[in-house]
Design a protein around this ligand. Structure first.
Ligand code: ATP
Length: 665
């Protein structure tokens, strides 16, 4: 079961379990619309610390003052992420509010003043069709990756997968335009989910702006240690939390959502930073505004006689936020069952259709709205059969309905409980909310995966789930590693290095010291590729060759420039650039390079006998990109990447469906 042609190892006598036999058939192309494949289109991110001779020198020469300065800059970056996310949110809100007011005022004018139903209908159609066309076209023709809420992308990124164009500025712009259009058109989608993605994008863009701003000045040594995938991941997690905090007025909920849904690695220091970001974004965004669950709207009279109002119009001629507030706060007699049921069913269908459009629409708000309507219906039914039980507050049933619907769709429990408590400001709801959310999650999990998990699986993203697959203790690393390793000698000629890069597609290479030989474990013969010296990424090798770093010896004056070039290469290189054919002059081919100073000299390793679950946990918790497999004499015998492990997440599905084969690439 190998991902590249040169890596077959059908070893006789290998004691693979039924599970791995199920997974052993590899197809060259994924089946469309299948969840039984892992796509090779996605690259991994590297959340490991890059430790080389260069970084050690940097740390020694910079000293403690630089550590403190880097920390100050780090907090400033988090602060700017919070402010920028809130600013983008405010911009979105202001535009939506302006256009929605214009739309609803024009419609009401037509009815109340002009008494012209036809004109009213034309205005409504124009305000629906034009934004829908614009919102779809910008996504379709300018940036398809801006479609949907973007939360599955955020989850995947935080898990360690590079999603192409996910943090591009164009994606951010298109997302903003599209989400504004969805809300103006009154489609079944909200801005809350996209705001989480927008927060993450702002996090990624702001940190890059800081990197670029400081790259050439004296601040280079301060920003240097912050230039890596790990820092960017933390800042994107903080941006996502800031987005949710702003949208729901819930800083703690935003922090917990970032933990529960996204980040595979968590520490108390990261929690502080994420919370700081969420806490700044909340008041900035909500200054002078009504938070989602506050009480402020009015019911619409329309054609009804004085003193009465039209229930259906009160739903459709208000923004969804206003409708939610009315469901939470109005007395029991404000709405009756039939209009609620009609609204609920129509809005559910509208939401389904909107999700299928190529627009940037989130599911949070429609789910809350539909759930609140169900809850309200339940309260009316209970009130009818048992008057007095409900008291004068049907809103709590609406709240629990909203929690059940949203929890059943996104399957988050802790964070949603806190979001609802913070947004309502009523801690008395804690117990019923917890019971509702757990019941919704367990019921949903019994039948299907959550919506985001499904979307991730459908895209073939090699996500590493939180736990290794069960019943796999008899699978060792030896059983699923690639055993035809492309390793690079520690000292080699430029020509040889160029040939290796031009003839392979791997993104990382073990650096080794001695010659190839053979060793034997469990009666299986393994090729050994030499003593492990370190690990180096393709992007770093590209930078060494492109900037001729090998021509100058390493000394105190140039180590900083070399390090900067290596760091820059890892976050600016995209797939196409990575694999461009390298060319060097004939006379340069014979120059000898020592990779020692540039390679990661302490890469993570596992032994052949390490179990699948242990390797899986190492990978997931440390956010690794590659792990080198060694034998008991420290010689390289194999390599494992995320894709080798991700295919095991298919186990449960494969086993329960009795599938004989699973597409891996
Ligand atoms: P990524 O694209 O995730 O950054 P990568 O391109 O280095 O990493 P993958 O695409 O994840 O590697 O790996 C595809 C297959 O190639 C896997 O089965 C993996 O074990 C194998 N592989 C990765 N690197 C090497 C290498 N240096 N030598 C041999 N096989 C490798």
């Amino acid at each position: 079961m190998r991902g590249v042609g040169c890596m077959n190892n059908n070893r006789e006598g290998s004691s693979l379990s039924t599970i791995s036999n199920t997974l052993s058939a590899v197809k060259s192309k994924p089946r469309s619309h299948s969840i039984n494949y892992v796509s090779s289109d996605y690259e991994s991110l590297d959340y490991d610390h890059y430790e080389s001779e260069l970084t050690v020198r940097e740390e020694k020469l910079n000293g403690y003052k630089t550590v403190v300065a880097s920390n100050v800059i780090r907090w400033l970056i988090y602060f700017s992420i919070a402010i920028c996310t809130a600013a983008v949110g405010i911009f979105i809100d202001t535009v939506i509010e302006y256009f929605c007011n214009w739309k609803f005022q024009s419609i009401r004018n037509c009815i109340d003043v002009k008494h012209s139903t036809v004109e009213c209908l034309i205005i409504w159609i124009l305000f629906t069709v034009i934004p829908t066309i614009i919102g779809c076209c910008v996504v379709l023709f300018m940036e398809p990756s801006a479609a949907g809420s973007g939360i599955p992308f955020v989850i995947s990124y935080l898990n360690g997968i590079r999603i192409p164009r996910m943090t591009a500025v164009r994606c951010l712009l298109v997302k903003v335009i599209s989400v504004v259009c969805v809300c103006i058109a009154g489609l079944g989608g909200g801005k809350e989910g996209p705001l989480i993605h927008i927060g993450a994008m702002v996090g990624g863009s702001v940190v890059e702006a800081w990197w670029k701003g400081f790259r050439n000045g004296p601040g280079r040594k301060v920003i240097g240690p912050l230039q890596n995938d790990r820092e960017r991941r933390d800042m994107m997690a903080a941006g996502a939390a800031a987005g949710l905090s702003a949208a729901f007025g819930s800083p703690v909920g935003g922090t917990l959502m970032s933990l529960e849904e996204g980040t595979s690695f968590w520490s108390s220091s990261l929690m502080w930073k994420v919370f700081f970001c969420a806490a700044i974004a909340f008041p900035t965004y909500n200054a002078g505004k009504n938070v989602l669950f506050s009480n402020n709207t009015s019911l619409l009279q329309m054609y009804c006689p004085a003193g009465s109002y039209n229930e259906i119009s009160s739903f459709w001629l208000h923004t969804p936020e206003e409708s939610i507030r009315s469901l939470f706060h109005y007395p029991i007699e404000a709405y009756s069952v039939v209009p609620l049921l009609v609204y609920c069913v129509i809005y559910f269908i509208l939401t389904e259709l909107t999700v299928g459009l190529n627009m940037s629409a989130g599911l949070f708000l429609p789910s809350l709205l539909i759930g609140a309507a169900w809850g309200r219906i339940a309260s009316i039914v209970i009130h009818y059969y048992s008057p007095g039980t409900i008291g004068d507050d049907p809103g709590k049933y609406a709240l629990l309905g909203a929690a059940a619907q949203l929890g059943g769709i996104v399957r988050a429990t802790i964070s949603l409980t806190v979001v609802f408590i913070e947004a309502t400001g009523n801690v008395q709801f804690l117990l019923p909310l917890m019971i509702t959310l757990f019941t919704a999650k367990w019921t949903g999990d019994f039948f299907t995966d959550g919506i985001y998990e499904m979307q991730i699986k459908l895209s073939g993203v090699p996500l590493l789930v939180s736990e290794p697959p069960p019943l796999t203790s008899d699978i060792t690393t030896e059983d699923f590693m690639s055993d035809t390793v492309c390793a690079i000698p520690h000292i080699l000629m430029v020509g040889k290095l160029v040939d290796i890069l031009n003839t392979t597609k791997h993104n990382g290479f073990p650096v080794v010291a001695s010659k190839v030989c053979f060793c034997r474990t469990r009666n299986i013969e393994h090729k050994c590729y030499g003593l492990l010296k370190g690990f180096i990424l393709r992007s770093q090798l590209n930078a060494i060759l492109e900037h001729n770093l090998y021509l100058t010896p390493l000394h105190d004056e140039n180590y900083c420039i070399k390090l900067e070039l290596l760091r820059k290469s890892t976050y600016t290189c995209h797939n196409t650039q990575q694999f461009q054919r390298l060319k060097v002059d004939e006379d340069e081919r014979s120059i000898v390079i020592d990779l020692g100073p540039y390679m990661n000299s302490a890469p993570y390793i596992v032994r052949l006998e390490t179990s699948l679950s242990r390797t899986f946990r190492l990978f997931r918790t440390l956010g690794l990109r590659h792990i080198v497999v060694i034998n008991n004499t420290n010689e390289v015998v194999g390599i494992v990447t995320r894709k080798d492990l991700a295919k095991f997440r298919l186990w449960r599905k494969a086993a329960t469906m009795g599938l004989k084969e699973v597409n891996v690439y």
